[in-house]
Design a protein around this ligand. Structure first.
Ligand code: FES
Length: 131
């Protein structure tokens, strides 16, 4: 009887270990799902003239266009997080006066880091800013 009990206990332990390691193996070998693409803002190509910008105030980003194409910048100031204002020549922060060029590079502080660039996808006549 004792031998039967030990044998059964060993069988259950082995089975549990096999199931656990099998589950880990399946999880390890299963490819991760791609991160879901999220459209943060979109616009028609014609809505953004060359050297122009389209501001998405709620999303705190701007879709800009220059001679090379479209790009998007976060309007979150890299100093303390105020929303940067877009003008014809520069992007400026109303809180402490940081100024950025149209590529988002710092022209004057106190901010010491460029504005974050965001991914842009051109889909025919539609431009999407994706995150
Ligand atoms: S938050 Fe923009 S300069 Fe301070």
């Amino acid at each position: 009887m004792e031998k039967f009990s030990q044998s059964r206990r060993k069988f259950i332990t082995t089975l549990t270990m096999l199931l656990a390691s099998g589950g880990l193996l399946v999880r390890y070998l299963t490819p991760r799902r791609a991160v879901k693409r999220q459209v943060l803002a979109s616009a028609a190509r014609a809505d953004v003239p060359i050297n122009g910008a389209l501001v998405f105030r709620n999303e705190r980003l701007a879709l800009l266009r220059d001679a090379h194409g479209f790009y998007a910048l976060s309007l979150v100031c890299t100093h303390l997080g105020c929303t940067v204002t877009v003008t014809e020549d520069v992007l400026s922060c109303p809180c402490h006066g940081s100024r950025f060029d149209r590529q988002g590079r710092v022209l004057s502080g106190p901010a010491d880091r460029s504005l974050a660039r965001m991914d842009v996808e051109v889909l025919g006549e539609r431009i999407e800013v994706v995150g």
